[in-house]
Design a protein around this ligand. Structure first.
Ligand SMILES: Cc1cc2nc3c(=O)[nH]c(=O)nc-3n(C[C@H](O)[C@H](O)[C@H](O)COP(=O)(O)OP(=O)(O)OC[C@H]3O[C@@H](n4cnc5c(N)ncnc54)[C@H](O)[C@@H]3O)c2cc1C
Length: 452
């Protein structure tokens, strides 16, 4: 297209945006770069509009329309195979649902295993009865107990797992539950039917495919499904860190921690500067800086007596972004609720604590941080009827970010979301309309702790 035609198209485009966006969408030819705002239908933000908020967008290009093959159907499609996603998929399947799990990496565990974020935190806190009480049970305890019983993890309170062992255990548990897995497959969109997700779109080695589902679970960590579906969320910034494993560490070293493997230690490198985890340029630049800094730090360390034989075994293959999108759910748990022993009628799990912090001007030590309840509503988006959210992107306020996204809490929300998803798929009702007392009964039967 020459410059005059291009400009004309741009002017028409701008005029059309103001009057009839739906018409405009058809008029823009595939492959033409159109300057200006990314088109949205005014109700549901799409992925492009989302990117627009976080990156400098100089225009947009319309993708040629094409037919996407529907290759599989399942009662429940779980997006993301981290701690939350595996818990959701296994627990949905154990309730009798057919389940497909879609994971963009080629292993399970997400940040836990691939991010080398090894200790499972937030399992305990101050109880009403016991001074130091276990908040979790169910799937989380099953994973932790198995890791410990086999010598694949150290530290019974907050098991610090060997990552390959955790990957094996998650894989075996998923396989035993009969969950179908799609690795190297990236969730790239959704097809909606009114307020329901009809299909989850996935990019894989044959191009784009569609998976039909009755219910979907968003366990991508980044809230991709609820973002694609157009549900409201908050985008948060956090500092990024990169964990790594060191081999050949024979002496005790304060800069790194023990793992279950002799002479293997792990450590984390990062700065306190907050990064927008949705800005892929910023994330990539930070990842580059971390990789260079860790290598150079270890080269320096080798020059110290006692550390001559250390070497970098592995820098985490999963980038250490802590939080990005957090769902604006039907009820986001607040810091106050978590501190004041709030009891929810729709409780579906409990969380422990992680680190000391300041609350109402008072320093709260680890031993004084109460365990807290997670309500079912915090897993439910405001608009999409057949979607549940689990893991670090479920609905909680900024003040409890530190506890709410720990691995154990991710598994707890995953178990609740998966169990509820199976119920919603079986009954055909919205996720918000299931019988919550029945859900609670099923969770209790699976040893999930619900009471203080
Ligand atoms: C540096 C760092 C240190 C931490 N330290 C600790 C700690 O010591 N203890 C602790 O308990 N917690 C810690 N955390 C927090 C904890 O690790 C995470 O919050 C938790 O593991 C998140 O689990 P998740 O399943 O919600 O998300 P994730 O682990 O992020 O899993 C999401 C999964 O979805 C997949 N995915 C994403 N997008 C797509 C897509 N489009 N299509 C398909 N799949 C997709 C990802 O590949 C991943 O497997 C730390 C986090 C970081 C970053």
């Amino acid at each position: 297209m020459d410059r005059r035609k291009f400009l004309k198209a741009s002017v028409l485009e701008a005029a059309g945006l103001a009057v009839a966006p739906a018409m405009l969408a058809q008029e823009v030819r595939a492959g033409v770069i159109v300057p200006g705002e990314v088109y949205t239908d005014g109700k549901r933000a799409n992925v492009s509009a989302d990117v627009d908020k976080h990156l400098k967008v100089s225009g947009y290009v319309k993708e040629p329309s094409h037919r996407i093959p529907v290759v599989a159907e399942a009662d429940v499609v779980v997006a993301g195979g981290g701690a939350a996603g595996v818990a959701a998929a296994v627990c949905a399947a154990r309730q009798g649902a057919s389940v497909i799990l879609v994971e963009k990496a080629n292993f399970l565990g997400g940040l836990w295993t691939g991010g080398l974020v090894l200790p499972v935190l937030a399992t305990h806190g101050k109880g009403k009865v016991a001074a130091w009480d276990k908040a979790t049970g169910g799937f989380c305890s099953e994973m932790c107990d198995t890791l410990l019983a086999n010598g694949w993890a150290t530290n019974p309170l907050n098991p610090l797992a060997e990552p390959e062992a955790a990957k094996y255990l998650l894989e075996k548990t998923l396989a035993d539950a009969g969950v179908r897995i799609l690795y190297n497959s990236t969730v790239a969109g959704v097809v909606m039917s009114g307020n329901r997700i009809d299909c989850v779109l996935v990019d894989c080695n044959t191009g784009r495919i569609a998976l039909r589902c009755k219910v979907a679970v968003d366990a991508t960590g980044d809230g991709l499904l609820f973002s694609f579906a157009g549900d409201p969320y908050e985008a948060r910034r956090y500092h990024m860190s990169t964990s790594y494993r060191l081999a050949g560490v024979s002496s005790d070293a304060s800069f790194c921690m023990r793992t279950p493997v002799p002479q293997m230690r792990y450590s984390t490198y990062g700065t306190r500067e907050a990064v927008d985890g949705l800005d892929i340029f910023a994330v990539s630049q930070t990842q580059r800086e971390h990789r260079l800094a860790v290598w150079e730090k270890i080269e320096q360390k080798k020059k110290e007596p006692g550390f001559e034989d250390i070497f970098l075994m592995e820098l985490a293959p999963v980038t250490g972004v802590r939080v990005t999108r957090v769902l604006e759910s039907l009820h986001n748990v607040t810091l106050e609720e978590s501190m004041e022993w709030t009891e929810f009628d729709d409780v579906v799990g409990m969380s422990g604590m992680c680190d000391p912090f300041t609350y109402k001007g008072r320093r709260i030590e680890k031993k004084d941080r109460p365990i807290w309840q997670i309500p079912y509503r915090s897993l439910l988006p405001r608009e999409t009827r057949n979607l549940l959210v689990a893991g670090r992107c479920f609905g909680y306020d900024q003040g409890i970010t530190w506890d709410a996204r720990e691995i154990s809490t991710c598994m707890v929300t995953g178990q609740a979301a998966g169990t509820a998803a199976a119920m919603a798929a079986a009954s055909g009702c919205a996720a918000s309309e299931i019988d919550v007392s029945y859900l609670q009964g099923r969770l209790r039967a699976a040893s999930v702790r619900l009471e203080f």
